[in-house]
Design a protein around this ligand. Structure first.
Ligand code: ADP
Ligand code: ZN
Length: 210
């Protein structure tokens, strides 16, 4: 099964992608995590992507499409995958179609902008493995330490309030229209993103029939 997760920044796509990945036994592909890793390692496309990411803008379609192509060509994607944070523009959605990728379901995690702004300040990410946490809704067992790998959990630079506003505006302009694109194909299901993460997960898994 090939699944796309859509939703505003901070809606909880990453967390739900982890849940689906475990339940369905298919990998989660998070373009944001792959890009942050590239920035950390100072690779060529990491250097190109950094400024856009820090300012809350999108990284160029060329770079992200290239990353995605390489990633889904790997063996572990043969039985399906979950796309978390891709596509984000109509050019990217078109690229998936051109690659011959068949999408089965698109799950939108719907959260109001006002709730997003509140949530973002508590968000933390593991600087080593990219796992996501929230100080109130999904705390780590040990403060500041990743449950999975013991890495340090930190606030992302682009989770600062002014950058969050910019990312929300980018989402509404460039990514939200994809709801129509997949809606017309009968693939879109919308799930309300709740404060209680397990409630959202239950609704997401039900929508996917998992
Ligand atoms: P969130 O979903 O919380 O906004 P992500 O981790 O998915 O965060 O993405 C972080 C940043 O990485 C984005 O703001 C953007 O700069 C870049 N990025 C990730 N995925 C894409 C994509 N598909 N196209 C363009 N830029 C992307
Ligand atoms: Zn970790």
């Amino acid at each position: 099964m090939n699944i796309i997760l859509l939703g505003a920044p901070g809606a909880g796509k990453g967390t739900q992608a982890e849940v689906i990945s475990e339940a369905a036994g298919i990998p989660q592909i998070s373009t944001g995590n792959i890009l942050r890793e590239a920035v950390k390692n100072g690779t060529e496309y990491g250097l190109k992507a950094k400024d856009a990411m820090d300012s809350g803008a999108l990284v160029s379609d060329d770079i992200v499409i290239g990353i995605l192509k390489d990633r889904i060509a790997k063996d572990d994607c043969k039985g399906g995958f979950i796309l978390d944070g891709f596509p984000r523009t109509d050019v990217q959605a078109q690229a998936l179609d051109d690659m011959g990728v068949r999408i089965d379901k698109v799950v939108e995690i719907a959260v109001e902008d006002s709730a997003i702004q509140k949530r973002m300040s508590g968000r933390r990410v593991c600087e080593n493995c990219g796992a996501s946490y929230h100080i109130d809704y999904k705390p780590t067992e040990i403060d500041g330490k990743c449950d999975k790998c013991d890495g340090k959990t930190v606030q992302r630079k682009d989770d600062r309030p002014d950058t969050v506003l910019e990312r929300l505006s980018v989402y509404h302009k460039q990514t939200a229209p994809l709801k129509d694109y997949y809606g017309k194909q009968g693939k879109l299901v919308s799930v309300a993103g709740r404060e209680e993460i397990s409630e959202t997960s239950a609704a997401v898994l039900e929508a996917l029939g998992i």
